[in-house]
Design a protein around this ligand. Structure first.
Ligand code: CU
Length: 908
């Protein structure tokens, strides 16, 4: 056993050394050839030596010989003639000279005569600039944006996207025949049982239905909604995107008190806007289990075409409280279910070992685009829906709301392009796209046309692409939209590595601001554009061969061939038909970094949760400008209650109005809104349910607000509100093995953690040990953990003991060890090192020092985990754990005190 242990240790060390020597050999190779270096993000940079980019600090890469690979250039040519009509792009300059060429922001060696996608990574090509900063005088980017300073867009060199203006012929309208009226709804909220995920599970239905009933109004009406709580728990309803009196906004413990079991609550407010909105519970995690529905406000004069509200959502068989706890416990069960563990074996098999090491070196775990595994995805409560009544030539408006708790959804349509006509209830100048992604809680209005008398698939795919849901429009032969293939996680991991520095900060690339989803960094993960994740092969054929349909449903719908031309919606393509500039008023500017800690699942703004920060006071009549920078590895849909904001996207005076802005990693976006409510507290938060519940938000509070009659005791209410992100979570691991038991129980909150761990051998020779510690995580990354605690250790002297250090009578500091009989208080400091090893230095009341190094849960394969520990008390341990289910693993374990053992480990 001793030998195995040493071998393992050596292997571990070698791993690190190997990674380094690898880099060394790379460097040596570089020296041999007279080559130059450039920045992947700044192709104008040329250097004779390796180093970092003077503009963005990114590592320079070898510059390849200029010749454009012919195949690649040819690949770039748009396949279809009509695509890429750059003239149609509202903000593009008419290329004055013919000498314009295009390159990839990530692959400067690519040069193409025409716009298109990079043959290497599929990213949209950008105009190549001869060293001068762009923007000829003639071209004024419409960035007036009602601001004095404006927002620096001049560095932004990305085309707005090859959006063709929509060929949406005029659509007849029809006027409301009735005068404005009061519309009453009675909503009965009650428990129900559903089998969405194949097993009967508890859900919440309103009037017996999931989603909740679609509430329809016409502009000018008055809404009177009676909510009858038939649950055994509190509830609330929030009207997402609505302008209404603050007391009816529906945030429990902020704008009202929770609706108690058995109580009825009236929401009554005038309908002073129109468009596609939705409503949902704002209490706990109720939104995850059915409490969401469409809220439609028609214009007085509305389009006379069939209109279908589509509420998209997801279902998990796991109790959402358990989902939340699992996220905090950092179990990787969801990753196992999704097949996204990104273990060392998988890394080696796919030639990404270095990427994996780089990833852990930067103290990151596996990466994913979403956190939770879901058992089913739903369109209006069903996975497959049919609307057979439509015929060739029919236009249908889909009013789509993403009511998912944490899923983004891709939308694709088998019958041709989709015309986006509104977002978050606000009209936009119609824009035609092949696909779009809907962020959590966003809404989009999309018009689709049936080309023939067939049944066309409207395909809804979660961003992680684990499953999908479909709506079928029309009757006849089925026309499939083409399933979206699995993401290339290692490519994404590599990209994240490149973008993140050693301090866990996303490196902002100035000179090329990431804004408004114009460049979806995740594009590198899309195999339909960039080809399959390849097994390790030296020579990389650049372009994907014709993609193998992985599924019969794809029936010839081959994506790889024409996907280079896919038009994907991004925010800079959204333009309000009217001016949206704010009226004059004093300006207030605020900046927030979106921050997070994936390992402990703490999500924050400026590293502070809602309960750790003060309300932000605003005044009626003020204009607010909020600059948001996403310094985390995940995208966040930030939602503002009760107000629409302008998204500064390069559309100048016609910036689109939204109430949710999706911000991708490394993006910096600016929004502006008028503080035009008479008062109240308005929540601004990430709409990913589990991010919000961990504290990612702020409260905008109008100063001199009149008291809210529905919140009689604001201090009590606030304490209850804050509890949402202060609540501690229990987690644990208990090993039951032939040589004894070891394990730990933890109770953790945003910053604090109490742990008790034990190692109890089957007899006194093996010893009994327990350590209890209590401490606080410091800093945004929470790598530093000072603690105090109590240590108990008893072990009978064993003359035959074998220890790789010889005797453990003295520790490595030469102090006589007290582990034979120790009960003492300790104080120490733990620190997470690169490669996710935790270094732990402590001193006990007898002055004994101990330094310990350990790492848990090294993912060897999808389900096999390795852990290792060694300390200066000459104790060491290593173990393997094979994960069978979320709660059970088979485990083996060797410990310097307890020896070898095998058994079962329970994880909670
Ligand atoms: Cu978030």
């Amino acid at each position: 056993m001793k030998k195995i242990l040493i071998a393992v240790l050596i292997l571990c060390l070698k791993q690190i050394a190997f990674a380094q020597s690898d880099m060394q050999t790379m460097a040596d190779m570089k020296k041999q050839q007279p080559i130059t270096y450039t920045c992947p993000m700044h192709p104008e940079i040329h250097a004779t030596k390796p180093g970092n980019c003077p503009k963005c600090g990114m590592k320079l890469v070898k510059e390849k010989p200029k010749a454009v690979p012919k195949k690649a250039a040819a690949r770039n040519m748009p396949v279809k003639e009509k695509s890429m009509q750059m003239d149609d792009v509202p903000m593009s300059t008419n290329p004055a000279t013919k000498a314009v060429s295009y390159t990839c922001p990530m692959h400067p060696e690519i040069h193409a005569a025409q716009p298109g996608n990079c043959p290497k990574c599929g990213m949209k090509l950008v105009k190549e600039q001869p060293n001068i900063k762009k923007m000829p005088d003639g071209m004024k980017m419409p960035v007036t944006d009602s601001t004095e300073q404006g927002v620096k867009m001049d560095d932004m060199d990305m085309p707005a996207g090859p959006a063709a203006k929509a060929h949406l012929e005029p659509i007849k309208t029809v006027a409301a025949k009735f005068p404005p009226r009061t519309v009453r709804y009675d909503l009965y909220i009650a428990d129900t049982t559903v089998t969405y995920g194949g097993k009967p599970k508890r859900a919440i239905a309103v009037n017996g239905s999931i989603p909740m009933p679609t509430l329809t109004f016409t502009e000018g009406d008055t809404a009177e909604i009676y909510v009858h709580n038939k649950l055994k728990e509190e509830t609330s309803l929030h009207w997402h995107g609505l302008f209404l009196p603050n007391r009816y906004d529906g945030v429990p413990n902020l704008t009202q008190m929770p609706i108690k079991p058995g109580a009825t609550h009236l929401y009554k407010f005038p309908i002073k806007q129109h468009g596609t909105h939705w409503y949902h519970s704002h209490t706990g995690l109720q939104e995850q289990i059915g409490m969401y529905g469409a809220f439609i406000m028609n214009k007085r004069e509305e389009w006379d075409i069939p209109t279908i509200p589509l509420v998209l959502s997801e279902w998990t068989n796991m109790n959402p409280k358990e989902v939340q706890r699992s996220l905090h416990a950092a179990t990787d069960w969801f990753a196992i279910k999704k097949g996204t563990t990104q273990s060392y074996l998988e890394a080696i098999q796919s030639g990404h070992f270095k990427t994996k090491v780089g990833n852990e070196w930067k103290r990151m775990n596996a990466m994913d685009v979403s956190d939770v595994y879901y058992d089913q995805f739903l369109i209006n409560g069903k996975n497959q829906r049919e609307q057979p009544q439509f015929k060739a030539g029919d236009k249908v408006r889909l009013r789509i709301a993403n009511a998912g708790a944490s899923s983004y959804f891709w939308l694709k349509y088998a019958g041709g392009k989709m015309t986006v006509v509104a977002t978050d209830g606000n009209d936009v100048v119609p824009v035609e796209v092949d696909r779009l992604i809907v962020a959590v809680s966003e809404t989009y209005d999309v018009v689709v046309t049936l080309p023939e008398n067939k049944s066309y698939e409207f395909l809804v795919t979660p961003e992680d692409r684990t499953r999908s849901a479909s709506l079928w429009l029309g009757t006849g032969d089925k026309v499939y939209a083409g399933k979206m293939p699995k993401l290339k996680y290692f490519a994404g991991m590599k990209m994240m590595n490149d973008m993140m520095d050693m301090n866990g900060n996303m490196v902002e690339m100035d000179g090329m601001k990431m804004q408004n989803q114009t460049m979806d960094m995740n594009t590198v993960m899309y195999p339909e554009i960039t080809g399959e994740e390849k097994p390790a092969k030296k020579e990389q054929k650049v372009m994907p061969a014709v993609q193998q349909p992985t599924d019969k449903s794809m029936s010839g719908m081959n994506m790889a061939t024409d996907n280079a031309d896919l038009v994907t919606l991004n925010y800079s393509m959204l333009r309000d038909p009217n001016k949206t500039t704010l009226s004059n008023g004093p300006w207030k500017e605020l900046k927030f970094d979106l921050t997070g800690n994936m390992n402990r699942y703490v999500w924050t703004l400026d590293n502070k949760t809602v309960s750790e920060s003060d309300k932000i006071l605003i005044k009626k009549g003020e204009n607010l400008r909020i600059i948001l920078y996403n310094n985390s590895m995940m995208r966040h849909p930030m939602h503002l209650h009760g107000h629409d904001f302008r998204v500064l996207n390069g559309q100048g005076d016609n910036a689109p109005m939204k109430n949710v802005i999706d911000i991708m990693p490394m993006e910096r976006d600016t929004i502006e809104f008028a503080a035009n409510e008479p008062g109240g507290d308005w929540f601004f938060h990430c709409h990913i349910l589990y991010h919000m519940m961990s504290g990612m938000g702020r409260i905008f509070s109008y100063s001199d607000s009149p008291p809210n009659p529905d919140v009689p005791d604001p201090e009590f209410a606030q304490r209850s509100l804050f509890w949402d992100d202060q609540m501690p979570h229990l987690m644990g691991k208990v090993g039951l093995e032939s040589n004894g038991t070891d394990g730990q129980l933890m109770l953790g909150s945003t910053r604090w953690k109490a742990t008790t761990m034990w190692r109890l051998g089957t007899d006194a020779m093996m010893g009994y040990e327990s350590e209890t510690t209590f401490g606080r995580y410091i800093g945004r990354n929470q790598w530093l953990f000072p603690y105090v605690g109590f240590d108990y250790h008893y072990k009978k002297f064993n003359p035959d003991e074998k220890n790789i250090f010889g005797s453990d009578y003295k520790n490595l500091f030469g102090q006589v060890s007290n582990k034979e009989n120790r009960h003492t208080v300790v104080a120490g400091l733990a620190y997470t090192l690169p490669m996710l090893f935790v270094a732990d230095m402590r001193i006990d009341a007898n002055g004994k020092l101990r330094f310990q190094l350990g790492r848990e849960d090294i993912p060897l394969t999808q389900r096999l985990r390795f852990n290792i520990m060694i300390n200066t008390d000459k104790e060491y341990a290593a173990g393997l754990r094979y994960i069978v289910t979320k709660y059970f693993s088979f485990s083996t374990h060797y410990d310097s005190d307890m020896g070898a053992g095998a058994g079962l480990t329970i994880t909670y």
